[in-house]
Design a protein around this ligand. Structure first.
Ligand code: SF4
Length: 235
């Protein structure tokens, strides 16, 4: 897909949701960073269930560092990879105190140097907390970009670079949210709901599902296949 239809695709999503927001609950850059770290291989809803108590106990990097991994763990046990995440959050909070005056840095390199923070998490924090024009490619954006022809790529980095090239600059910041929400709720992994898709006219997917299933019908599953994950939130 070239730049013009890519822009038309994104403008269709924009028209349907002019002010998109992350579904993760947070109050400042630190709580956003913690929520995004927790959201790896977990849904935003699951993260939002545990963060109120965690943030009440440790609202700042200093408090989180004081809590330590053992103190953090009981709050996040219902989240996937909770042991590693507890260790990372404790170490990350300590580094924020020691190297950044207790603040979340605005620089990509400094963010990616924090434990548990990769390019995707850094992109989310730069975008949502600091208003930077970044685009974090999660499982939903990767699927939508490839399926629709919007920005095909073999790796999240390839998809990210193509999306950034094809997206009009003024749409780039919100494109992150539009594409995640579109993949989560409409262009779903197992069965895209093309019959109600606002971007359908600009999509190159050859196997569009144009008829909704009968009420109460379960989505078809490939024989022997496990249910497709819809998790993997990242703001
Ligand atoms: S038409 Fe279908 S495949 Fe294309 S973006 Fe919409 S939901 Fe996804």
């Amino acid at each position: 897909m070239s730049a013009a239809p890519a822009a038309a695709f994104l403008r269709a999503l924009a028209a349907a949701n002019p002010s998109p927001r992350t579904e993760l609950h947070y109050t400042d850059p630190f709580t956003l960073l913690v929520a995004v770290v927790l959201s790896a291989q977990a849904t935003d809803a699951a993260v939002n269930r545990v963060t109120p108590a965690l943030f009440a106990a440790a609202p700042t990097p200093a408090a989180m560092a004081a809590l330590g991994a053992e103190g953090i763990a009981p709050y996040i046990r219902s989240i996937g990879l909770w042991q590693a995440k507890a260790r990372n959050l404790a170490a990350l909070a300590r580094l924020l105190v020691e190297r950044h005056g207790g603040k979340v840095p605005r620089e990509r390199a400094a963010l990616e140097a924090l434990p548990g923070v990769g390019r995707k998490t850094a992109n989310v924090v730069l975008n949502v907390a600091f208003g930077e024009h970044t685009l974090a490619v999660d499982t939903h954006i990767f699927r939508v970009a490839n399926r629709t022809g919007l920005a095909p790529g073999r790796t999240p980095r390839e998809v990210e670079e193509r999306l950034v090239r094809r997206c009009p600059p003024e749409l780039l910041r919100d494109a992150h949210h539009w594409l995640i929400l579109h993949g989560r709720y409409v262009c779903k992994a197992r069965r895209p709901e093309c019959w109600r898709c606002v971007a359908r006219a600009h999509c190159n997917y050859p196997d569009k599902v144009l008829v909704p299933p009968p009420a109460g019908a379960q989505p078809a599953r490939r024989r022997g296949a496990a249910p497709a994950p819809e998790a993997g939130g990242s703001a």
